[in-house]
Design a protein around this ligand. Structure first.
Ligand SMILES: Nc1ncnc2c1ncn2[C@@H]1O[C@H](COP(=O)(O)OP(=O)(O)OP(=O)(O)O)[C@@H](O)[C@H]1O
Length: 241
């Protein structure tokens, strides 16, 4: 396996507030990893550094492959009256490739429809984006991030505002994209207990540290409480014979 992302000794501060200090992390191609940690621990900051939206104060970031997809946090929290339909929203993911003022070709629309099929939203292609549920909107935004065939997909809290059933379906979709298309996925999430059987790896952030291989099975209530910043009680399963 060769690495998709190599972060070496990265330090980042917002003005005088240091959020990441000397962080190193390697993610292999084909991995599906989840980044977890309490509010304010720097998860979004790290993703923004990985996608190149923020520049570290020191250290280096190397991304293999020239094509990445990014689903920012709360991307569904846009103006619900936004007058675009589903196929137009997905086609926006091609604008960096075709240029903002060029018309999409027939083959580009073919790609838009194929991608909508992949996320199971083709039947909704002519619907206004504001008329869809939170889970359906997230599928459309995932399609927008996927339409340019990225090798790596970054998602920041993709299930916020999505009901439990649709959450599970979204994680199933990501698992399919990872397993069947070989897309490397890096996802920030709070749904710790839902994702453990889906991802190859859990990366924990907290107290200014990064734990690149954080097995939840091995964590006790004390460690989880430290990570989340509030007391966590683990209930043991009662075994009845
Ligand atoms: N633009 C900014 N300017 C100044 N401080 C910021 C800025 N963005 C984030 N911060 C601060 O940096 C720290 C890390 O923020 P970040 O959003 O990366 O954390 P997070 O782990 O993603 O949190 P959450 O789980 O709440 O999304 C927080 O203390 C936050 O207040």
């Amino acid at each position: 396996m060769s690495s998709a992302i190599e972060i070496s000794n990265v330090t980042f501060a917002y003005e005088d507030k240091t959020v990441l200090e000397n962080i190193s992390l390697t993610i292999e191609q084909g991995e599906f990893s989840a980044i977890i940690g309490p509010n304010g621990s720097g998860k979004s900051t790290l993703i923004n550094i990985m996608v190149g939206l923020l520049t570290p104060n020191s250290g280096s970031v190397r991304i293999a492959g020239h094509n990445i997809g990014y689903l920012p946090q709360r991307s569904f929290a846009f103006n619900q009256a936004f007058p675009a339909d589903v196929k137009e929203v997905v086609s926006m993911g091609l604008y960096t490739k075709v240029g903002l003022f060029r018309r999409l070709k027939k083959s580009d629309w073919g790609k838009v429809y194929d991608t909508l099929g992949l996320v199971d939203m083709l039947d909704y292609k002519d619907k206004l984006i504001g008329h869809l549920s939170g889970g359906q909107q997230q599928r459309v935004f995932i399609a927008r991030a996927l339409v340019s065939d990225p090798q790596i997909l970054f998602l920041d809290e993709p299930t916020v505002g999505v009901d439990a059933k649709s959450q599970q379906a979204l994680f199933d979709l990501l698992e399919k994209l990872n397993k069947e298309r070989g897309i490397t996925i890096v996802m920030v999430t709070h749904d710790v207990w839902v994702i453990t059987d889906k991802v190859n790896r859990v990366i924990c952030m907290g107290n200014g540290h990064i734990y690149p291989n954080c097995s939840l099975d091995n964590m006790d209530a004390h460690m989880l409480s430290e990570l989340y910043g509030y007391p966590i009680k683990l209930e043991s399963h009662v075994h009845r014979s």
